[in-house]
Design a protein around this ligand. Structure first.
Ligand code: GRF
Length: 211
């Protein structure tokens, strides 16, 4: 039986596209059962529809507070009985109930080398801090924001004349390789989590370097 995958998005959906393309090309034992966006206008929804994927909107603005939105999102997800839930540019913080429901099978991509620069505006903050490498992290989600066990990291250089946009674009290219790699490992059962540390069972390198 293929694993049932839900992808949560908020915007453009380029990570969603990278994931779906890899899944199709590599014949993953997985199918995307729903693409859910918290924003009705997310461009990623259009992409998903155009590529034959079922979509749904759970608009956070339609709910009185965070916990009501969380409940609605959880219900929408549970209706599909997913094996894996991927946050691919999903820009809402999820509550404990949601996170615990999918613990160990809830995967996020964050555009920084965690644990540095959790939260928003990662590229701006990286430039302000003067770091010389930046990157992206794919990790299992735990209740503490952007702190779960790291599955893979992609490293890019920070260049002297970088703008926030230029750095974001370089990191995004890394994200498009990193997310499919990490989710592919997960759905093929190639990862093991022990004492908060994720290891690839066959020793595949969990760090990617981009120039
Ligand atoms: C990505 O950089 C992701 O890491 C961040 O938001 C961006 C989403 O891009 N959280 P897309 O919607 O996948 O194109």
């Amino acid at each position: 039986m293929p694993q049932r995958l839900i992808v949560l998005i908020s915007g453009r959906g380029s990570n969603l596209a990278a994931l779906v393309q890899a899944a199709r090309e590599q014949g993953w034992p997985a199918e995307v059962v729903s693409v859910i966006s918290n924003r009705p206008q997310a461009a990623g929804l259009e992409w998903a529809r155009a590529h034959g994927l079922p979509t749904q909107v759970v608009d956070h603005q339609a709910y009185a507070d965070r916990s009501e939105f969380d409940d609605a999102l959880l219900q929408a997800c549970e209706a599909h009985q997913p094996d894996v839930v991927v946050l691919a540019g999903f820009m809402r913080v999820l509550g404990d109930t949601f996170v615990r429901c999918y613990e160990g099978r809830l995967i996020n991509i964050h555009p920084s080398l965690l644990p540095s620069f959790t939260g928003l505006h990662t590229h701006r903050r990286a430039l302000q801090a003067g770091v010389k490498v930046a990157g992206a992290t794919v990790h299992y989600v735990t209740p503490t924001l952007d702190h779960g066990p790291v599955i893979a990291q992609g490293v890019v250089p920070v260049q002297q004349d970088d703008t926030e946009e230029a750095l974001a674009e370089r990191v995004l290219q890394a994200e498009h390789q990193l997310l499919p790699l990490a989710v592919g490992w997960h759905v093929r059962g190639e990862l093991q989590l022990e004492a908060g540390v994720v290891r690839h069972r066959h020793g595949a390198p969990q760090a990617l370097f981009f120039h």
